[in-house]
Design a protein around this ligand. Sequence first.
Ligand SMILES: C[S@@+](CC[C@H](N)C(=O)[O-])C[C@H]1O[C@@H](n2cnc3c(N)ncnc32)[C@H](O)[C@@H]1O
Length: 277
Amino acid sequence: MSEPTDSEAILSRINPKIPHPARIYDYLLGGKDNFSADRAAAEQLVAISPGTREGVRAHRAFLRRAVRHLVTTAGIRQFLDIGAGLPTQGNIHEIAQEVIPDARVVYVDNDPIVLTHGRALLNSTPAGVTKVVEADLRRPNEILTHPDVSSILDFTQPMAVILAGVLHFIPDAEDPYASVEQFKAAAPAGSHLLLSHITLDFAPPQISRDEFTKPYDKSSAPMAPRTHADVLRFFDGWRLVSPGLVEVVDWHPDEDEYREAIPGGHAWAYGGIATKP
Ligand SMILES: C[S@@+](CC[C@H](N)C(=O)[O-])C[C@H]1O[C@@H](n2cnc3c(N)ncnc32)[C@H](O)[C@@H]1O
């Protein structure tokens, strides 16, 4: 029998019966890279919070605006996007390379399906670089010393570390604060941290934390929503860019204003950018 190819080896590690955040999110965004277990978990979320789909779209719109800010206002040319998700419309490198054709982007995710799709779909401009790495944000050293990370990103030049929609999959018991500190320490002065995070601060009182997190109980990663104060702690020691850590729809809203389109009027997610002094 012949040796399995890279893709076959990766596919053998994908369990379609266990919902996974990347595929739940893909389904909510209208993508096709998901299984029935992912769709069931996503529908459970929508039943609990009817604004989930629109909230997720508002979150992607925030990410687009924030990355545009990084390239146009902050002049950032290299990106480490951790918890990157499945390729969708408006990926980080597309937004960045539109303005800076030689922008370099390394995507990191711990879901093997992201790796297969990412390799197939993420096309860089000829001048820039785009790479997908399979790694876990709970082990920052493995990311920071990964040959694709250390060869593509220049750790002597300002970079953006992006942790969008991912830290709420790391409960306090696994100390996401310590992981974020390691990425912050590795980035040189002038670097930026772009972060977004699910919160229940805007949820109506009848929705309990247990009810909201239940759809993720059987998934590959539990859900840990955090308060404004707890999300703010991830930025400790760095200078927040105006308007600070706010609900994603309030971060430099543009003409694609989503609040009105969200049932309940809130996206249930905070977003912000900070810079290393
Ligand atoms: C909700 S998606 C966010 C995708 C994208 N960053 C965005 O904001 O649109 C969360 C992603 O984080 C990934 N993820 C979850 N836990 C992770 C971990 N411990 N290490 C790396 N990636 C992780 C999931 O596989 C998924 O692709």
